[in-house]
Design a protein around this ligand. Structure first.
Ligand code: HEC
Ligand code: HEC
Length: 245
């Protein structure tokens, strides 16, 4: 009997000490409350949580293009970027982020991301002295002319038919073409992928920048090589082999 009270003193003492350390009424200390996801308006946090997985940390590129590409930011305008972030790009893995489109970001958060991309990563004057192509195609492209332009500007790295070469990967791959939009192709041709050493529209043939029409035509030719059922023949033969085992 007499041992029980002395034991409980030792049991209670740490608790008393703990309580003495915390703030009054057991409230969490200032600044430790988690911020509700829709209240976050810090560019770095929003970008890291929503975009970095595909566009790379600090916009440096990953599975998808680098957004911290000053050539891209000099050609595209903020409205176009806002629209893509809000509504996504249909048929590709670029998600829609606006709540109105089923996403989780508020209008304010999309504005923070869009304007932050420009204020952080834009480099004024980067296109000085050059006549940049327009962000969106102005005309319908001509696939036949595009094939000729491909031979001039792209074949040296991507192979004569876009089958891939020693310097760059295949572009006529049906799965690749199925997962990229026409604007996505145009964007890469115009802005390159500096993260992967792909040249912009001025650098394919040194001293010979592509014209706006040539860019449009090359995209039309690549687009014309899309197939009805990408990824087919489904690995039926593989499947049969799998059953044999
Ligand atoms: C799941 C992967 C994924 C995530 C996450 C993602 N993107 Fe994308 N994004 C893509 C892909 C793929 C494309 C190219 C789509 C195409 O083919 O046009 C793209 C395209 C874009 C473009 C348009 C490029 C152009 O052609 O003008 C912008 C701008 C963009 N993303 C911004 C963002 C921002 C900002 C975020 C975060 C809020 C984000 N993306 C999150 C995959 C992603
Ligand atoms: C000097 C070599 C070179 C030239 C010329 C060149 N590219 Fe590329 N391209 C690259 C490299 C390097 C990459 C990135 C790595 C890869 O995908 O092989 C790339 C990537 C691409 C991609 C993205 C592929 C992907 O998997 O995301 C597209 C689309 C592309 N190039 C289209 C073109 C087109 C169209 C032309 C001609 C107008 C062209 N390129 C000219 C080197 C080149």
């Amino acid at each position: 009997m007499s041992r029980i009270p002395s034991l409980s003193v030792f049991a209670v003492l740490p608790l008393v000490l703990l309580l003495a350390c915390s703030t009054p009424n057991g409230q969490p200390p200032k600044g430790s409350e988690p911020v509700a996801p829709n209240q976050i308006v810090d560019f770095g946090t929003l970008y890291a949580q929503n975009c970095a997985g595909c566009h790379g940390a600090e916009g440096r590129g990953g599975a998808s293009i680098a957004l911290a590409n000053p050539v891209y930011l000099a050609i595209v305008d903020e409205n176009a970027v806002h629209n893509v972030v809000a509504n996504g790009v249909r048929g590709t893995s670029m998600p829609a982020f606006a709540q109105s489109a089923g996403g989780l970001l508020t209008e304010e958060q999309i504005n923070v991301i869009t304007s932050g991309m420009f204020s952080r990563w834009e480099r004024k004057g980067i296109l000085d002295g050059t006549n940049p192509p327009s962000y969106a195609a102005k005309t319908t492209g001509d696939a036949a002319r595009g094939q000729i332009a491909f031979g001039t500007y792209c074949a040296s790295c991507h192979g004569t038919e876009g089958q891939g070469g020693s310097k760059a990967s295949a572009l006529s791959n049906d799965s690749f073409l199925a997962l990229v939009s026409d604007q996505g192709l145009r964007t890469i041709v115009m802005t390159g992928r500096p993260d992967l050493r792909a040249p912009d529209w001025r650098g394919n043939v040194p001293g010979k920048p592509m014209s706006d029409q040539e860019i449009t035509d090359v995209v039309a030719w690549l687009a014309s090589r899309r197939v009805q059922s990408p990824g087919q023949p489904y690995s039926a033969s593989n499947y049969a082999r799998h059953l044999d085992k």
